[in-house]
Design a protein around this ligand. Structure first.
Ligand SMILES: [Zn+2]
Length: 48
């Protein structure tokens, strides 16, 4: 299942691992719009 970033429409391969955590947003937009959440989510992504 491929999801799309609702902010910039780029493909989100990794987001499928984070159902319920992400908001259909790519790491770039995540950092830009949600800097506080981004670190925790991206950190969790790296562990997987
Ligand atoms: Zn994006």
């Amino acid at each position: 299942m491929i999801r799309i970033c609702s902010w910039c429409n780029s493909t989100l391969d990794w987001s499928t691992k984070f159902k319920g955590k992400t908001h259909g947003i790519c790491p770039n937009c995540l950092r830009k719009h949600f800097p506080d959440e981004a670190e925790g989510i991206i950190w969790a992504m790296a562990r997987c």
